[in-house]
Design a binder for this molecule. Structure first.
Ligand code: G3P
Length: 218
């Protein structure tokens, strides 16, 4: 399973990159706004900066909601760098845009996905990635991981090549369960990635090793 970091914060991207396990980055309009990146020129410069930090697919989301606007904006984003993946919301205009991008060699990430039906449409349109939002589904007391497993089964049966990009990750367990359910990619907050390494018995065991070494060598 590929690891993407879900942030527009350059310091967090640098920290994730330094782990040596990072395969890409996803952003969204809320994450860009959180970093105070406003204005077309600043947004494009920020995406370029991310592309210079990470040699992997970088998802940049369109703001336009109409087909023509998505195409215009998405082409501008794709022209920024060869690693840009145009992120498009799961709407009728979004499906049409994904098909256009697919036919024109531009990679896409279909986002705000919450059902298997939406996943089938995105795959048929030729989406490169599909982003089911696990955390937001769980927040509604449904099972986000169950959706990942259902989509993985459908994609395998139908032979779809769209990669399942588990998104809206809330904790390290989401990452583990997404891997179990068949996600191709997991885009995670840095905290969740770092949390995978933590276990109290590891901490206790290392402390004891060091204490025993110190005692024996004193
Ligand atoms: O960036 C897409 C997705 O990961 C956002 O998740 O945390 O806003 O539910 P979240």
């Amino acid at each position: 399973m590929k690891f993407f970091v879900d942030t527009a914060n350059l310091e967090q991207i640098k920290e994730a990159q330094a782990l040596g396990i990072l395969d890409g980055v996803t952003t969204n309009p809320s994450l860009m706004a959180k970093e105070g990146i406003v204005g077309d020129a600043n947004v494009k410069a920020h995406y370029r900066a991310i592309c210079e930090l990470v040699d992997g697919d970088i998802s940049a989301e369109v703001i336009a909601t109409d087909f023509e606007g998505m195409i215009k904006e998405g082409q501008e984003l794709a022209d920024l760098h060869e690693n840009i993946v145009v992120k498009v919301p799961m709407t009728i205009d979004g499906i049409k845009a994904i098909r256009w991008f697919s036919d024109n060699g531009i990679k896409t990430n279909c986002t705000l996905v919450f059902s298997a039906g939406q996943a089938i449409l995105a795959a048929k349109a030729g989406a490169t990635y599909l982003s089911p939002f696990i955390g937001r589904i769980d927040d509604m007391n449904w099972d986000g991981i169950e959706l990942i497993a259902q989509i993985a089964d459908i994609y395998s049966i139908q032979g779809y090549s769209t990669e399942i990009l588990a998104a809206s990750i809330r904790n390290p367990l989401h990452i583990v369960r997404a891997a179990e359910a068949g996600a191709d990619v997991c885009t995670c907050p840095l905290k969740s990635i770092l949390g995978l390494a933590k276990h109290p018995l590891t901490h206790i065991g290392l402390a004891q090793f060091l204490a025993d070494h110190k005692k024996a060598n004193s």
